[in-house]
Design a protein around this ligand. Sequence first.
Ligand SMILES: Nc1ncnc2c1ncn2[C@@H]1O[C@H](COP(=O)(O)OP(=O)(O)OP(=O)(O)O)[C@@H](O)[C@H]1O
Length: 596
Amino acid sequence: MPELEPQNPLLNEPENALQQVIATKLARAVFAGFEAMFAEFLNITLGAQSRFEQQQWQGVQSAMRERLQVYERQVKSVSEAVRIIAFQELHEPLLWQRAKHIYGQMVAEHENQPIAHTFFNSTFGSIWDDKKIRTVHLFVLKAKYRAKPRPFDNLVSRISLQNGFTHAVQQLIYRQAFRVKFTDLAKDIDNLQATLRLGAKQQCRQVYELMNLNDGYIEYANSLFFRNKACYLIGRCIAKNGDNMPFAIAILNTDEGLKLDAVMMGADQLSLLFGFARTYFMVDTDQPARYVDYLSVLMPHKQRFELFNAIGFIKHAKTEFYRYKVDTTKNSPIEDKYIVAPGTPGMVMLVFTTPGSDYVYKVIKDKFNAPKTATKAHVMAKYDFVKQADRVGRLVDTHEFRYLAFDLSRFSDELLTQMQANIPSCMSIANKALVLKHVYVERKMTPLNLYINQCDDNQLSKVMHDYGQAIKDLAGANIFPGDMLMKNFGVTRWGRVVFYDYDEICPLTQCQFRQLPSSENSFDELSNESYFDVAENDVFPSQFKVFFSADQRAFNYFYEQHNDLFSPEFWQQCQTQINAGYIYDVYPYKQSWRFG
Ligand SMILES: Nc1ncnc2c1ncn2[C@@H]1O[C@H](COP(=O)(O)OP(=O)(O)OP(=O)(O)O)[C@@H](O)[C@H]1O
């Protein structure tokens, strides 16, 4: 056990010897919980390769859900232990300050110190009333809690180009050990090396020249990245002068065997793979923070919290997000105020952002506008459902925060008025801070209903194609958005359509898709009352046309490409496949990038 620093003023009082003993036990319990959490998380992750090799696609989905439960389960178990250990001193702030200090020393040299810090914060948060939590009890903002980038040399391997680029590419693939064989490795390697050469020629001249001179090397991450039905080999081609081109090679396990399917090159293409609407990767490493450092080198514009999130450390990602939020607010001009998010105001959510921010904040309203009848708990359950779902690149990831503090001076008057009217029970103002008791944070996009106003014909056709494809991808993943109006979808900076309004979302298999019965009496159809019985889960695809009532041009493009969505048969067929256990292929790269 590390010695406590004598200079700590808290520890100089002899009468506190007992508290010191208890604090040490607390710290040890939290540390043991952290290690147990990490081991359990890792064990699930370690199974990813086997599941991939055996094509256990249902198992992939359930492992993903299972892994999402690990952290909270361990926090719960530790907090139960801690309640016994701390007994009547459980809510003694000084005890926790001591425990934090001891814990800080215990994990000072730990490989995963940043995540261990977050675990302490979570345990503390699960015991204390959120209102009483002060940053002095947490590892959050101070510079000393922020991990500096560390070397990642032991996470990667390098292959010299001295025997030629093609040889190095061969080596890169030969070194990957799988139980399943490649169907046509020679062809795959040929495709891969030709595509990498072309990519380097277009994106990174220095790398291209050295490929031709057999100079430089290929570097790759020793751990593979698994997600859904694919596995990714990630690395970069590096020229002698340090210029480099990152890549991610997609490997599929088809019925005929393994196959290299595509390669993404350059930070922008890799970003698509690590996008915020995708499920988390399984990366079998016990050094996740260093992996984040490595990924930051490959994708410098991705924030650390996005990368922690991408590899499944979603709770620690929240700590990192909080730091990012505080820093960006501090560094942004004072005029960059919080305003109501552009677009159609929600009936359920109050949504705000700043013009310069990449994020929106969503708070559930105290009362929902008609015709919404759900409850707060119901809406939260829907957001939870999405968190557990395979988001297939079409559902924005959300991060749930409690008691998130904002700088009050940054709120526009209009937004404050709206907040006071719509979310009074969820906000409190103290001194210079506005605190939200519960808020979701998600990536900002351009709402589709606004996006189409700026589109020329070509862009409109493209985005309508992707809108329909988004609905189809979701259907394939057993998700029915419920409300498919354009205002509920956003367009990313890559032009991808992603859904973000979750209060009516549900499993596709729970819906009943029906043909609209034709009326025997022509007056029936004009009546305001339904002329046939409608159950709560009935859906009439022919009525989806109303989503476009405001824009005939958009409807025409949509209908041209996706008229199957207007018939019940399309949806029923999806249901049959889902019920038969089929899992659709969803590629995080363009069809045209596939090797074929
Ligand atoms: N991720 C996002 N990026 C940009 N704008 C967003 C985002 N999420 C929501 N908005 C904006 O906020 C509005 C309301 O959000 P959302 O649809 O989630 O709320 P809601 O109350 O559930 O809506 P509804 O009334 O349709 O149920 C959207 O119409 C859009 O203009």
